[in-house]
Design a binder for this molecule. Structure first.
Ligand SMILES: [Zn+2]
Ligand SMILES: [Zn+2]
Length: 222
């Protein structure tokens, strides 16, 4: 969805004290006034990065203090949420939880802060409302790693066959199929076959020792 259509629909919506939108009118405007705010918000869409983020429909817990300051409303506290992600090493889905620390000033209209800063530097109060969603999105982006891991020490995938090493076990490995070794393997098979042809079927160990002896005598002749 293009960003324009999202912000357009948000502007048309009548501001209500719900979800990530916090009404500050009951706080008053006297500096130092505080109000605690505890709320569970169900996310409408995914918040976060491509590989990891707060999934849609998740319960995000806001544990905040709104404080009136001279330039606006200061929001501090924690935002806790479940996250879903895809491990960047083994590509498995995993779930976890994050706790984000929030400290954000929302400037009053016509305050000195509003006049001397850009909107993308300091958030604004709009119709006495705080929209916390972009703050949460920014905090999630800063908190979560670009290359998430299911476990700190995830062993990833086998570089040879792609199996998850956590499933395959630590003794999982592969015969080295270097082209030079492959030729030797073919030579050994041909040698084994000629030994069987020269001797009888029950004498494979003898055939093998005969090959060893001829190799020894070759080296002695040189
Ligand atoms: Zn992993
Ligand atoms: Zn493998």
């Amino acid at each position: 969805m293009p960003a324009d259509s999202g912000s357009g629909s948000r502007r048309r919506r009548t501001p209500t004290d719900a979800g990530f939108v916090l009404d500050t009118r009951s706080l008053g405007r006297a500096p130092g006034t505080m109000r605690e705010l505890h709320r569970i918000v169900t996310t409408e869409g995914k918040l976060g990065l491509e590989m990891v983020g707060i999934p849609a429909g998740a319960q995000v817990e806001l544990d905040l203090v709104l404080q009136s300051v001279s330039e606006g409303v200061l929001v501090t506290g924690t935002v806790s949420a479940p996250i879903d992600g895809e491990c960047s090493r083994c590509l498995e889905q995993f779930s976890d939880e994050i706790e984000l620390q929030i400290t954000e000033l929302f400037a009053y209209p016509d305050s000195a802060t509003e006049q001397t800063t850009e909107e993308d530097e300091i958030h604004r109060l709009v119709d006495d409302m705080i929209d916390l969603e972009p703050v949460v999105i920014d905090a999630v982006g800063l908190e979560l790693p670009l290359q998430p891991l299911c476990e700190e020490d995830c062993a990833g995938l086998c570089p040879e066959c792609g199996v998850r090493m956590a499933i395959a076990g630590s003794d999982h490995n592969h015969e080295i199929l270097d082209p030079r070794w492959a030729k030797l393997a073919v030579f050994a098979v041909q040698n084994g076959e000629s030994a069987v042809q020269n001797g009888d079927d029950s004498a494979v160990p003898n055939g093998a020792s005969r090959t060893d002896q001829s190799a020894d005598s070759d080296s002695e002749e040189k």
